[in-house]
Structure formats: C-alpha cells, structure tokens
Design a protein around this ligand. Structure first.
Ligand SMILES: [Zn+2]
Length: 132
C-alpha cells in the first residue's frame, strides 16, 4: 500500500484496506464512509440507503477514537495524516459533499492541491509554510 492514512489524534490507521474509512454525521444520520486513498479521486462508498446530497456539510470523525477531524485552519475542512514513501504529510479535504477540494501539506508547506473548488480554501493554506 502506497498511502497510509492515520488519525491525527489517536494515530489509528484509517485505511487498513486501501479505502479510507471515516465516520460521517449530520442531522441524526451517522454512518461510515469509504473514501478513495488517492487525493483528487472523489469516489465515495456509502452504506446502502444512505446519501450525501451535494452541498450538505458533514461532521467527519475518527471511527476509532471518535475525535472530530474538523480542521482549526478552516471550519470548512477536515484533516488527517498521511504517510507516503516514509514522509509525513497532512491532508485537508472539504466537509461539503460534492465539493472537490483536497490539499496535501508537507513540513515545507503546501505540496499539491486537487479538485475544482480549491480556490475556496487556498487562502487558508498558502500561508501554512510561514506558520511552521
Ligand atoms: Zn482517532
């Protein structure tokens, strides 16, 4: 496996079988969602009968420790840790269904961004390298 994702709070591996599994919660609905491990691939696996209508904002949390993954950087983003080729990165992604904005940030700053809606969040991320 190339991509290893983990919880920033409890360090549990979030993608034991390639797919990233997070808990999603909104207005009384609570279920596990599977995300594609490749940043920029927006395929999602939902349980039968569940939908994430475009434009709805979700609370994503770690399925192991239940800690919220919402980022302090921007209320619109969630964050998880990524290890890729033995380097540690942090991945930020939009909490809004249908919004395609994903950022991979290394210790040196923003590494890559993916998706057609990144301009909504870029201002929160371009300054990251100056904060470290
Ligand atoms: Zn956790």
């Amino acid at each position: 496996m190339i991509w290893t994702y983990s919880c920033p709070h409890c360090s549990a591996t979030l993608n034991p079988n390639e797919t990233i599994v997070l808990r999603a919660q909104r207005e009384g609905r609570r279920f596990l969602v599977g995300f594609h491990p490749q940043p920029g691939n927006y395929e999602v696996d939902l349980p039968d009968g569940e939908i994430m209508p475009s434009g709805t904002v979700w609370d994503f949390s770690c399925p192991v420790c239940d800690h919220s993954l919402v980022s302090e950087l921007s209320d619109g983003l969630c964050e998880i840790d990524l290890r890729l080729h033995d380097e540690r990165h942090r991945v930020y992604f939009s909490r809004t269904a249908g919004e395609q904005a994903t950022f991979v940030v290394s210790a040196e700053g923003l590494l890559t961004d993916h998706g057609v809606h990144t301009d909504r969040y870029l201002e929160h991320l371009v300054h990251l390298k100056y904060m470290r």
